[in-house]
Ligand binder design. Sequence first.
Ligand code: SAH
Length: 254
Amino acid sequence: MGKIFVIGIGPGDKDTMTEGAVSALEASDVIVGYRTYIDLVRDRFPGKDLLESSMRSETERCRKCIELAKEGMTVALICSGDAGVYGMASPMLEIGAAEGFHDIEIIPGVTAALSGAALLGAPVGHDFCTISLSDLLTPWEVIEERLRCAAKGDFCIVLYNPSSNKRSGHLEKACKILLSVLPGDRPCGYVKNIGRNGCEKGLSTLSELAGINADMATTVFIGNSSSFIRNERLITPRGYKYNNKTMNPGGEIS
Ligand code: SAH
């Protein structure tokens, strides 16, 4: 009997792939995943069988992994970022449990909220939450309620899946809801294609955020009430004092 690794490969570049992910990929006979992710690892791990699958067949992908592991193979099921954040870790464990296959190991990775935050500065320096705008598996009303609650709770908010070909307009709708609670000048940022070709980032206010042209490789950041932009960095303070003074939301020390 083989085993299954569910591996978060990080955002895309080799520097942010963990050593644990590299070791698990090296130990595997076959790499299974969505085409884009296979393309990100194919040159680095030559000699592996590669099994590309389309985005929609996630449960089939898990069943296929079990089938291959039962044949004695060590299987790497890969996803971008972290495997447990809107990734394959939970479906793989659910299906493994249903089918009585338990030799599954989850290898963590650097999720887009963290790799994107580093590019923008320090936007998630205090309590934050992530909300996916994909309503493929979550009713839109639930997403709306979570947006409202996160805004009322003064969390920094990281939006995953802000848009896709089938889901244009979700970021605009989300911004409208956030603007019903938060001020229009709330500092925000976004990062596209982290660690990949075409990497791009920007800063904006919440009123401008709907216009950023987000796609499915974009992660969006909304600051909390203390966040500010200074030297083109989005910073959410932890509350430290500097020479007995606090840095105020405008970024001035007073
Ligand atoms: N497991 C992934 C998330 C998968 S959901 C992780 O932990 O990062 C897909 C969403 O993740 C995308 O719509 C985008 O919002 C974000 N994302 C994943 N990889 C990204 C990248 N390289 N650059 C920017 N955003 C990314």
